[in-house]
Structure formats: structure tokens, C-alpha cells
Write a protein that binds this ligand. Structure first.
Ligand code: NAD
Length: 428
């Protein structure tokens, strides 16, 4: 099989593989391989120096059979429409596997947000909404933050949409700031969700979490709360994290065999994810090459940065101590690497199950916006744990019943739910 670098090709191949195993009707298969709608637009922005720059934006809606399309908006200099298509597709499977009544969507803008002033960022996000407001809304497509976008940006988007439609509409966007329609627990939701699935996987494998070490790629939103959950909830040790250094334009791994304090690391991290080297060295931690995270001796690997990181080459560097790979990132493992991991008996918690905590609390946010009644943080976190644990059990049961790889089992659970909704609605 040729190596895959295009995320959408990867999403389609994963789907095709399971569609074949399920002997899915060819017409239904063709329908689900592609997004149902996509919008491409230019966003003109007046820059602080008076010039006008225009940015390329996308919104892709994959499938809304189970409910409104749902998915974040990425601001990234290397964004491509195929990445947005892949992410929209994975959102459909993600919402289905955790059984929330939403479909799949995703947005993107080709921009490096770190190069914009606060005013330029605000004008860009308001411009995004001006271009797409007729095609989003609480009942048809609900965006959210993703890489490069923040709760404050979601607040501006909600405000712009509310002005354009003439009424306060908090449910149009999730991931809003607290006090501006946001939900308690949203910031930590994805990382904590990762850890609830890790807890269930270790239980299934008969491993004591307090005896386990985790090696993490990335130290952004997902990785930070996964690190906190791994050390504080599971009582394990985080032996390494990695990050992209903006100044040096390369990645580094920060490690310590005896475990690291995630709060110390968070204090040493700036808003764009670069870690202060002097602070971590003063704590006695070691700084190494960015690729070193994957070679570490640990029972749990948590890729929580980018797509395609565990591939046909890097998979062979994974230590034989690794028992669980918890995919915090979207699409971190290629199909070629999946084969190797399956043969080696590594328990992979597939991305669209593992990192579904964020969309689950986004769904809770929309529910609270609709009720205009807000839950406590404890209620949100408890409901998140229940949802993630049930979803894990559904996938594990399918893995055991069908004797298949966990990713295939997760697809089987998700595809069955989407196909059933399409049948019930008379769409197929
Ligand atoms: P983020 O921007 O907060 O963090 C990304 C991290 O990756 C940063 O620490 C950055 O330094 C690091 N990084 C970038 N390039 C790297 C490299 N080459 N080597 C090592 N580290 C590198 O993003 P996030 O929200 O934590 O998202 C991370 C992944 O999780 C993405 O794939 C995203 O789609 C996925 N995800 C996020 C959420 C969420 O709620 N935030 C939900 C589901 C999935």
C-alpha cells in the first residue's frame, strides 16, 4: 500500500476498509465517502497598517443525518481543503461513536494567527462569519474552536452572527468564553476525555494506572489536560511532552524518567505553545530532539499534536513497553502504521473515540444555551466521564464480538448509527 500524506485520503481509506468489512451498500458507501456540502470563500480584512489582505476560508459539512453539522475552525498557515474535509468526516464518526445527536463539519482559514494583532484577528473572525452566516446556525451547523482559534474568537463570532440574524444566538457556536455563553469544563474536556478512555483501556488490559508512564507529543490544550488527568486522576507519571518552538522553528521533547509536573510545564508555556527552556532545565528536566517522544519507554503513548505522526517509519521506533496508544490528535496514525500496531497487539484508542470529550462538552454547551440554564463544573465533568466510558465500552464490545482492530470497531459502531439515522429519515 502506498504511503499516505493526504489526511482526506486517509479518512476515506479507513472508511473504505470498514465499509468493505460491513459489505455496505455501494451507493451508501459512495454517499458517505464525500462531504455533503462545502463552501470556499475569501475573507477581506483591513490590516492595522491600512492595507487590505484577503484570506482563504473553508467550511465543510460532511453529514447531518443525526443532527446539525458540528466541528471546529482551524487557523493554520498550512491549512488545506483536504485537511478540512478529513476533519469534517471524522467529526461525523466522532459524534456518532459518543452517541450525541450531531453530524460532522469543520472549518479552516489559511493564516498564521500569531502574525496578527488582536484587532486583525477580531476582524478576520467577524469576516469569516459574514461569509458563512447563511449556511451555519444552531439547527444546521455549529462551529467551535480548534488549532489556532480561541474562546475569545468564538465570542466574537457569536456576536457577529447574533447581529447579522438580529437576535442573541449563543447556540450558533460552542467553545465560547465563560460568562459569554460558554460551559464550565470545556477547556479541559478533550484532555480529560482522553484520560477516561486510557483509564478504561488500562482496566481492560489488567494494568494498574499508578504503575504506568505516559509519553505525550504536543503540549497544547489537549496534551496539557491529558497530562494533568494522567498524573492527578490516574496517579501515573508523565515522562515526556514535546512542542513546536516558534523561535527555533523546530520541535523539542522535554523529558524526565521520574515524571514531570504538568502545572510547572504549563507555567513555562507561552500562549502559542513554546516552552521556556531555562525553566524546564531548572526543574531538572532534559531537552531533546522533537522526535524523541516516540522512542520513550512508557506504557501509554499520547500523540496530541498533528496528523500522520505514527507512520510506516516512526512506528518501528515505538518501545515494546507501549501497551496503549491514546490518539488525542486527529489522524495521528497512518493505515500502514495501524497494521504494525495491530500485529504487535498494541491497544489503540482511535482518535474519534479518544478525543471526543471536546465535542461532547460542546454539545453540553449547546444544550445549556438552549435551556438558558448552566450546570456546575462537577456536573459537566461527571456527564463527560459517563459519555466517554459508555462509548469506550461500545467500541470494546464491538472489538471483542467482531474480533477486529479497535479503529475498525469504532468505525463499525459509528457507521451503523449514521446509516440507521439515514434509513429512519428515509434518506437512503
Ligand atoms: P494546540 O494548538 O493547543 O496544541 C498543539 C500542540 O502541538 C502545541 O503544543 C504545539 O507546540 C505542538 N506541536 C506542533 N507541531 C509539533 C511538532 N512538530 N512536534 C511536537 N509538537 C508539536 O492544539 P490542541 O487543541 O491541543 O489540538 C491538538 C490536536 O488535537 C489536533 O490534532 C486537534 O485537531 C486535536 N483535537 C483538539 C480538540 C480540542 O478540543 N482542542 C478536540 C479534538 C481533537
Amino acid at each position: 500500500m502506498a504511503s499516505i500524506t493526504n489526511a482526506f485520503e486517509m479518512a476515506q481509506r479507513q472508511f473504505d476498509h470498514v465499509a468493505e468489512m460491513l459489505r455496505l451498500d455501494p451507493d451508501v458507501r459512495e454517499l458517505l465517502r464525500w462531504p455533503s456540502r462545502e463552501y470556499h470563500f475569501r475573507i477581506p480584512v483591513r490590516m492595522d497598517d491600512g492595507s487590505i489582505r484577503s484570506f482563504q476560508g473553508y467550511r465543510v459539512q460532511h453529514n447531518d443525518a443525526r443532527g446539525p453539522n458540528k466541528g471546529g475552525i482551524r487557523f493554520h498557515p498550512a491549512e488545506t481543503v483536504d485537511t478540512v474535509r478529513a476533519l469534517a468526516t471524522w467529526m461525523t464518526w466522532k459524534c456518532a461513536v459518543v452517541d450525541i445527536p450531531l453530524g460532522g463539519g469543520k472549518g479552516g482559514v489559511i493564516v498564521d494567527p500569531a502574525t496578527l494583532s488582536i484587532g486583525e484577528k477580531e476582524r478576520l473572525v467577524r469576516g469569516f462569519v459574514q461569509q458563512i452566516h447563511k449556511n451555519i446556525g444552531p439547527r444546521n451547523d455549529v462551529p467551535a474552536p480548534d488549532v489556532g482559534t480561541t474562546p475569545q474568537m468564538m465570542g466574537w463570532m457569536m456576536d457577529e452572527y447574533s447581529k447579522l440574524v438580529g437576535q442573541y444566538t449563543p447556540g450558533v457556536i460552542t467553545g465560547k468564553p465563560l460568562g459569554g455563553g460558554g460551559s464550565l469544563g470545556r477547556t479541559e474536556a478533550t484532555g480529560f476525555g482522553v484520560i477516561y478512555t486510557v483509564r478504561e483501556a488500562l482496566k481492560h488490559l489488567g494494568l494498574e494506572s499508578s504503575d504506568c508512564r505516559a509519553a505525550i507529543q504536543g503540549f497544547g490544550n489537549v496534551a496539557q489536560y491529558a497530562a494533568i488527568g494522567f498524573t492527578e486522576t490516574l496517579k501515573g507519571k508523565v515522562v515526556c511532552v514535546s512542542y513546536w518552538d516558534r523561535d527555533d522553528r523546530c520541535a523539542y521533547t522535554v523529558s524526565n524518567e521520574d515524571g514531570m509536573d504538568p502545572h510547572l510545564l504549563m507555567e513555562a508555556t507561552d500562549q502559542y505553545g513554546s516552552i521556556d527552556k531555562a525553566k524546564v532545565k531548572a526543574a531538572g528536566y532534559t531537552l531533546e530532539d522533537g522526535d524523541a517522544w516516540i522512542t520513550k519507554e512508557a506504557e501509554v503513548l499520547i500523540p496530541a499534536a498533528l496528523e500522520g505522526q505514527i507512520n510506516s517509519e516512526s512506528v518501528n521506533q515505538i518501545s515494546d513497553k507501549v501497551r496503549v496508544i491514546a490518539e488525542g490528535a486527529n489522524g495521528p496514525t497512518t493505515p500502514e502504521a495501524d497494521k504494525v500496531l495491530e500485529e504487535r497487539g498494541v491497544f489503540v484508542i482511535p482518535d474519534f473515540l479518544c478525543n471526543a470529550g471536546g465535542v461532547t462538552v460542546s454539545y453540553f454547551e449547546g444544550v445549556q444555551n438552549d435551556m438558558n440554564f448552566y450546570w456546575t463544573r462537577e456536573e459537566v465533568i461527571q456527564r463527560l466521564d459517563t459519555k466517554m466510558s459508555h462509548a469506550f465500552t461500545d467500541v470494546l464490545d464491538m472489538t471483542i464480538k467482531q474480533k477486529v482492530f479497535t479503529r475498525d470497531a469504532a468505525y463499525m459502531v459509528a457507521i451503523a448509527r449514521v446509516v440507521k439515522a439515514m434509513e429512519l429519515r428515509g434518506l437512503i
